[in-house]
Design a protein around this ligand. Structure first.
Ligand code: DAH
Length: 358
C-alpha cells in the first residue's frame, strides 16, 4: 500500500473509532476528555499528521484535504454528542431537584406580644395621642430620685411602705436601689428640662418596670407602671380629671365613670385615689368590686410644691398634676384576667389567647 493510502486508511480508522467512542461517552466530562484525546495538541489526529511530512510535496495537499475533512467530522460529531449529553444531564438534574409541590407546607408560628406589653403600648399610645411625650428612666435608681426629690425624706414612713430592694453600698456612696415606682422619671425629666435651660410646659408619659419586695396573689416583685404628669401655668385638678376620664374611656373602649377619693401621697397635694365604676357589673356591685360598684385604679394629685422646688421649678408660677397607674391591674380589669400570676407564669396557652401579633 502506498504511503498516502496507508495514511488515508489510518485516518478512516481513527474516524470510525472516534465516532464510536463519542456515542459511548457517559457524560460531558468524558466527552471533553475524548475531545482532547482526538483533537488536542498531543491527540491522535496530530500523531497521524506526523506521517504527512514523509509524503512527497505533491501529495500533501490531497492528504491535507482528507485530514481537514476528518477534523471537521470529529468536531461536528463531538458537538452533537455534547448537545445530546447536555440535554440529558439537564433532564437528570431537573429530575433530581424535583420539588413535590403537593406536600402540605410547614407553617411557622408567629409570636405574640405579651399582654402586659400590649397594655403598655395601648396606654402609652393614648397619652401620646393627647400630646404627652414619652420618657423613660433607669430601673436602677438612687434615693434622691426615688425618694428625696419626691418629698419622701429619710425618716418618712412612706419609705418603709415601698418595700425597696437596695443594692449594697459603702457609707460614702449614695445607696442604689431598684426603683419602686415610675415617679422618679418626673424628677429626671423636669430636672433635665430646667438644666438644659428649658421651662414648662411639660407633658410626659413614662412607662416602665418597677420593683418591690412583695409577693402574694395580688403582688409581684416586678410589675409595670405608667407615670403621667403635666406642668404648666394654671394646671388644675380639673385638667387631671379630664385627662383621666379621657384616658380610661379610651383604654376600656367605653364611657367610664370616675371618682376621685381624697388620699395621701407625699409627692402630691392634694392627692386622690381614682376609682372607676366597676367594668364587670357597671357599678351594680359584684365580686370584683366587692359589692361597692367601684374599683380603685390609680393614685394621683397636684404635684407638691416641694417636688417642683427640688427640681428648680417655681411653684408660684407653675403647677402640675401627676398620676401613676399599675399596668397589670388595668390589663386584668380590661380582659377579666382573674390572677396576677398568669402574667408571669408565661403559659403559652394563656399568652396565645391574649396575644395579638403586631
Ligand atoms: N408613685 C405611686 C406609687 O407607686 C403612684 C402615684 C401616686 C404616682 C400619685 C403619682 C401620683 O404620680 O400623683 O404608688
Amino acid at each position: 500500500m502506498s504511503e498516502i493510502d496507508s495514511l488515508k486508511a489510518q485516518l478512516q480508522d481513527l474516524q470510525d473509532k472516534a465516532l464510536g467512542s463519542f456515542k459511548e461517552a457517559v457524560d460531558l466530562n468524558a466527552l471533553q476528555a475524548l475531545r482532547v484525546a482526538y483533537l488536542g495538541k498531543k491527540g491522535e489526529l496530530t500523531s497521524v499528521l506526523k506521517g504527512v511530512g514523509k509524503l512527497p510535496p505533491a501529495e500533501r495537499p490531497v492528504i491535507g484535504q482528507f485530514v481537514n475533512a476528518t477534523k471537521t467530522a470529529l468536531a461536528e460529531a463531538l458537538d452533537s454528542a455534547e448537545a445530546l449529553l447536555a440535554v440529558k444531564e439537564k433532564q437528570q438534574r431537573i429530575e433530581a431537584e424535583r420539588i413535590d409541590i403537593t406536600l402540605s407546607g410547614r407553617s411557622s408560628q408567629r409570636g405574640v406580644l405579651h399582654p402586659v406589653q400590649q397594655g403598655l403600648n395601648e396606654m402609652t399610645a393614648i397619652f401620646a395621642q393627647m400630646g404627652f411625650e414619652i420618657a423613660e428612666g433607669p430601673e436602677v435608681e438612687d434615693e434622691f430620685h426615688n425618694f428625696d426629690a419626691l418629698n419622701i425624706p429619710q425618716e418618712h414612713p412612706a419609705r418603709a411602705m415601698h418595700d425597696t430592694f437596695f443594692f449594697e453600698a459603702s457609707d460614702e456612696q449614695q445607696a442604689k436601689l431598684l426603683r419602686t415606682h415610675t415617679s422618679p422619671v418626673q424628677i429626671r425629666t423636669m430636672k433635665n428640662c430646667v438644666e438644659s435651660g428649658g421651662e414648662p410646659p411639660l407633658a410626659v408619659v413614662a412607662p416602665g418596670r418597677v420593683y418591690r419586695c412583695d409577693y402574694d396573689v395580688t403582688h409581684s416583685p416586678m410589675f409595670h407602671q405608667v407615670e403621667v404628669f403635666k406642668v404648666d401655668k394654671d394646671v388644675s385638678l380639673a385638667h387631671l380629671k379630664g385627662v383621666l376620664k379621657h384616658f380610661l374611656s379610651a383604654y376600656f373602649e367605653k364611657d367610664i365613670e370616675i371618682r376621685l377619693r381624697p388620699h395621701y401621697f407625699p409627692f402630691t397635694e392634694p392627692s386622690a385615689e381614682v376609682d372607676i365604676a366597676c367594668v364587670f357589673c357597671s357599678g351594680k356591685g359584684c365580686r370584683i368590686c366587692k359589692g361597692s360598684g367601684w374599683v380603685e385604679v390609680l393614685g394621683s394629685g397636684m404635684i407638691h410644691p416641694n417636688v417642683l422646688k427640688s427640681v428648680g421649678i417655681d411653684s408660684e408660677i407653675y403647677s402640675g398634676f401627676a398620676f401613676g397607674l399599675g399596668v397589670e391591674r388595668l390589663v386584668m380589669l380590661k380582659h377579666g384576667i382573674p390572677d396576677l400570676r398568669l402574667f408571669f407564669e408565661n403559659d403559652v396557652r394563656f399568652l396565645r389567647r391574649m396575644g395579638v401579633s403586631k
